[in-house]
Design a protein around this ligand. Structure first.
Ligand code: GDP
Ligand code: MG
Length: 236
C-alpha cells in the first residue's frame, strides 16, 4: 500500500459489552473470520482481534476489537460472601474500564430472546455514559435474530396487538379484551421486550440500533459498516 492508501485509512478501538451468552464472541468471529462455531468457548478475560474493512469510498478502517468476558462472572471467579443481587455488577464495574478505556466505539449486545440480557445492556449504556469517553459511539445490537420464533422482542407481536383485541399495557403485560363484551379477559405476564422498546431506547440514548445474527451472518457486515460511517477519522 502506498502512502496515499495509508492516509485514507483510520483505526478504531471497539469494545463489545453485554451479558454472557448473548453472542459477542460469535459476532466477532463471524465478522473477522466469516465463521460461526456452535462449540465456541466462553471468553476468558478479554480477547483481541482486528479486522480491516474497505469502505465504499475506498477508505480503510482497521477495527481493533476487544471482546470482553469480565462480566461473565462464574461463582469460582467471584467467590465472596456478599450475595447481594447487584454485587456482580458492582464488582465488574471496577474492572470494566480496563476494556473500554480509550474505546471509540462500544457495541452493546443483547439476545432478542432474553429480556434479562436487555436489562444488562441498559446497565452498560448507563455505565458508559458515566465513565466512558465523552464522545464514545454506542451501538445497541439485538443478536440471535435468527431465533425470531423464540423472540420475546417482537414486531409481529405489535401487529397482533393491532389485529386482535389485545391491549398492550407495558413491555411485560398484555390484556386480552373480549371483542363481544369488551371485558378484559386475561392479563398475561409475557416478559416480552418489544423490538420497539429497543428502538425507542436506542433513539433516546443517541445510539444506533441493529438486529444481527452471528449464525446466519445477517447484518453483521452492515453493523460494522454503520459503525464506520459514524467514526471520527484518525490516521493509522
Ligand atoms: P458471548 O458470551 O456473548 O461471547 O456469547 P458467545 O459468542 O460465546 O455465544 C453464546 C452462545 O450463543 C453460543 O452457543 C453460540 O453458538 C450462540 N449464538 C451466538 N450468536 C448466535 C446467533 O446469532 N444465533 C443463534 N441462534 N445462536 C447464537
Ligand atoms: Mg465471549
Amino acid at each position: 500500500a502506498g502512502l496515499s492508501d495509508l492516509t485514507r485509512g483510520f483505526r478504531v478501538k471497539l469494545v463489545l459489552l453485554g451479558d454472557s451468552g448473548v453472542g459477542k464472541s460469535c459476532i466477532v468471529l463471524r465478522f473477522v473470520r466469516g465463521q460461526f462455531d456452535t462449540t465456541s468457548k466462553v471468553t476468558v478475560g478479554a480477547s483481541f482481534l482486528s479486522q480491516t474493512m474497505v469502505l465504499q469510498d475506498a477508505t480503510t478502517v482497521k477495527f481493533e476489537i476487544w471482546d470482553t468476558a469480565g462480566q461473565e462472572s462464574s461463582p469460582v471467579q467471584w467467590s465472596f460472601d456478599c450475595v447481594h443481587a447487584d454485587h456482580h455488577l458492582i464488582r465488574y464495574a471496577a474492572l470494566a474500564p480496563l476494556y473500554y478505556r480509550g474505546a471509540a466505539v462500544a457495541v452493546i449486545v443483547y439476545d432478542i430472546t432474553n429480556p434479562e440480557s436487555f436489562s444488562k445492556a441498559r446497565f452498560w449504556v448507563k455505565e458508559l455514559q458515566k465513565h466512558g469517553s465523552p464522545n464514545i459511539i454506542m451501538v445497541l445490537v439485538g443478536n440471535k435474530a435468527d431465533l425470531h420464533e423464540n423472540r420475546e422482542v417482537s414486531i409481529q407481536l405489535s401487529m397482533l396487538l393491532f389485529d386482535l383485541d389485545i391491549k398492550f399495557i407495558n413491555s411485560s403485560y398484555l390484556q386480552i379484551i373480549c371483542s363481544e363484551c369488551s371485558v378484559a379477559k386475561q392479563l398475561i405476564t409475557l416478559r416480552v421486550l418489544l423490538m420497539k422498546d429497543a428502538i425507542d431506547y436506542a433513539e433516546k440514548n443517541g445510539m444506533f440500533f441493529i438486529e444481527t445474527s452471528a449464525k446466519t451472518s445477517d447484518n453483521i457486515h452492515e453493523l460494522f459498516e454503520e459503525i464506520a460511517k459514524r467514526l471520527p477519522r484518525r490516521p493509522i
